[in-house]
Design a protein around this ligand. Structure first.
Ligand SMILES: Cc1cc2nc3c(=O)[nH]c(=O)nc-3n(C[C@H](O)[C@H](O)[C@H](O)COP(=O)(O)OP(=O)(O)OC[C@H]3O[C@@H](n4cnc5c(N)ncnc54)[C@H](O)[C@@H]3O)c2cc1C
Length: 415
């Protein structure tokens, strides 16, 4: 079967679904198909993350992350409330545990304020009042943080899309791409979709999809696993709200945090270790082809040169339980090894430049027939409704609907 559509979205994670929704909300006459290779929505990053709706604290003012996180987070909270998706405003604290972290904590406070986040400085006594089990010499309290369930957000988006007339396909990997005039022909096992615009939201596979579609992405995806542990039920009162360490400013990761989830469980993590497969949720998941490809890639050498110390430390903490527990205890000294047990992981689709630099900001590339989302790490789930609208505006420009594109951008800016 062959069908002509306006837009085909490859990837049914939170970004692909939010993009399809934004297109159809702005123009319900458009035909939009979403292809997802798994049997359910949000099967990878969107269903394996910390479920934190971030405030916009960390991001370089003026970056896409900063522009889309603060307002995107508020939009996500309102969306969850409207759709009956679990959500709770919890706030969080970012805690310095050593003197040498204080300048970085102060920089973070300034960044947060520049991004419109409400930041309150806490001293040792105030930390102890809020979180008696946490060891900190200074902290920032952030009011805007919230918790949700991004898997449930994906299901709500898919439900809404059905009502909006989208064609939704699960178990439908996009297998090949070919140009045909001004269209891209996307083949699945069962059908051929001829689209005026291809939107690539394939997450861990987004660079593969971009190349298969005939484009030349400037970055490659390297999978970084984030492993979690869970606090045993008897110690779930160890923190009352999310507690974060001061992050390393040279890395796009936030550091291992302690997070009370909405179901009452308390998660610790995620760390960041290299994964040996794009969907490498365990050390034993190894994709030899990916490894051979990376071994030939000069970016890997650049990456190793830049981040070897951090990488080795994270791997040691992952593999040696005693070292992991020691690290967690820097933040929460009352937690012991017996209080924690391993509890799954997620794999980040992290873009890396040719010289091995980990890309910090979102990367959304536009080419003649496609829009490729090539870096959408945290807080992309938080900002997904706004990123979806941003991509929808790009789609309308592709379709020659410049007024509509401007209207979508203006609406997003005002939201
Ligand atoms: C450990 C971890 C913790 C995180 N914590 C947070 C957090 O607390 N807050 C936050 O805002 N963000 C967080 N993030 C980031 C967030 O999860 C991602 O930014 C977001 O989920 C990205 O969504 P996506 O739709 O781009 O990717 P994904 O959810 O990975 O979706 C991509 C989809 O494309 C599909 N696909 C791939 N190739 C094909 C193909 N050829 N054909 C069809 N389908 C295909 C995949 O099966 C997948 O479902 C975290 C991420 C991780 C890994």
């Amino acid at each position: 079967m062959s069908r002509a559509v306006d837009v085909v979205v490859v990837g049914g994670g939170v970004l692909g679904l939010a993009t399809a929704r934004a297109i159809l909300l702005a123009d319900p006459r458009r035909s939009v198909t979403v292809l997802e290779k798994e049997s359910r929505w949000g099967a990878h990053q969107s269903g394996h993350n910390s479920n934190v709706i971030h405030s916009g604290l960390y991001y370089r003012p003026g970056s896409l992350k900063a522009r889309l996180a603060r307002a995107g987070g508020e939009a996500m909270i309102r969306y969850c409330e409207r759709q009956d998706v679990p959500v709770r405003r919890t706030g969080k604290i970012v805690v310095a545990t050593a003197e040498k972290q204080l300048p970085r904590l102060e920089l973070l406070a300034e960044r947060g304020q520049a991004n419109g986040v409400t930041v309150r400085r806490l001293d040792r006594r105030e930390i102890a009042e809020r979180e008696p089990n946490v060891a900190g010499i200074a902290a920032l309290a952030i009011a805007e943080t919230a918790m949700t369930d991004f898997g449930a957000v994906c299901r709500a988006l898919a439900g809404e899309l059905t009502g909006l007339g989208a064609t939704l396909r699960t178990n439908a990997p996009a297998l090949s791409f070919a140009g045909e005039g001004d269209r891209t022909v996307v083949r699945t096992e069962d059908e051929e979709v001829r689209a005026r615009v291809l939107v690539n939201c394939a997450g861990l596979h987004s660079d593969v999809v971009a190349r298969a579609a005939g484009d030349h992405p400037t970055v490659r995806i390297m999978p970084f696993r984030g492993e979690y542990t869970e606090v045993r039920p008897g110690r779930r009162d160890v923190v009352s709200n999310p507690v974060y360490p001061v992050p390393d400013p040279d890395l796009p990761f936030l550091g291992v945090h302690v997070t009370p989830m909405l179901d009452g469980s308390v998660h610790v993590g995620p760390n960041a270790v290299p994964a040996f497969a794009r969907e490498g949720y365990r050390w034993r998941d190894v994709d030899r082809r990916l490894l051979a490809q990376l071994a030939r890639d000069p970016a890997l050498r650049g990456l190793a040169r830049r981040y070897w110390r951090y990488g080795l430390t994270e791997m040691a903490h992952s593999l040696v339980w005693r070292l992991y527990v020691r690290e967690v205890r820097k933040l929460v000294p009352t937690l012991n090894g017996e209080d924690l047990r391993r509890h799954g992981s997620g794999v980040r689709a992290q873009a890396v430049r040719d010289d091995g630099e980990l890309v910090d900001d979102f990367v959304i590339d536009r080419t003649a027939r496609a829009i490729h989302v090539l870096n959408a790490p945290s807080p992309a789930a938080t900002s997904s409704l706004h990123i979806g609208a941003h991509i929808a505006a790009d789609v309308f420009e592709h379709l020659g609907e410049n007024d509509l594109a401007r209207a979508v951008r203006a609406d997003t800016a005002a939201a």
